[in-house]
Design a binder for this molecule. Structure first.
Ligand code: SF4
Length: 148
């Protein structure tokens, strides 16, 4: 199975979930939110097609603390490949960012992902103080506590 990705950022983010995290940006998003932080990920015809096994290998080699955030772009546009990637990383702490609602998240991901950010970005509700979200309509959910 393959995933179209924009990039993997190993520099260590502290704003995309708890701790210092590697960010996997998937390619493609249809939401076109005004003020989006990453419009280069919108076009699904751009990006880089990579085998999911290869992405898992790279993360195992290069992400020492095993904390990743799957962001975008909209990861759920490629939900089967994302489910497969998460399945290949059983000992990783994983945050999934989606602009969709929790109802759109497959059960397999609700069961295996640690944290979930849901909701599209609303520039009128932009926040720089609430942790791990960009606008106040979004929710950052600890799935381990609430659903698993
Ligand atoms: S859902 Fe996220 S990636 Fe997509 S346009 Fe909105 S802010 Fe950008």
């Amino acid at each position: 199975m393959q995933l179209n990705i924009n990039s993997i950022d190993y520099r260590g983010s502290i704003v995309d979930g708890p701790g210092v995290r590697t960010i996997l940006y998937v390619q493609g998003c249809e939401q076109r939110c005004e003020g989006c932080h990453n419009p280069s990920t919108w076009d699904k015809d751009k990006g880089k097609i990579v085998d999911v096994e290869e992405i898992a290998d790279q993360l195992n080699k290069n992400c020492i603390n095993k904390k990743i955030t799957i962001s975008g772009g909209e990861p759920l546009l490629q939900r089967e490949a994302v489910v497969e990637l998460v399945r290949l990383l059983p000992d990783f702490n994983i945050v999934l960012y989606t602009g969709l609602s929790i109802e759109a998240v497959p059960r397999e991901l609700l069961a295996k992902v640690d944290y979930l950010k849901v909701g599209r970005f609303h520039i009128e509700e932009r926040t720089t103080v609430d942790p791990y979200i960009g606008s106040r309509n979004q929710r950052f959910i600890d799935l381990r506590r609430n659903y698993q």
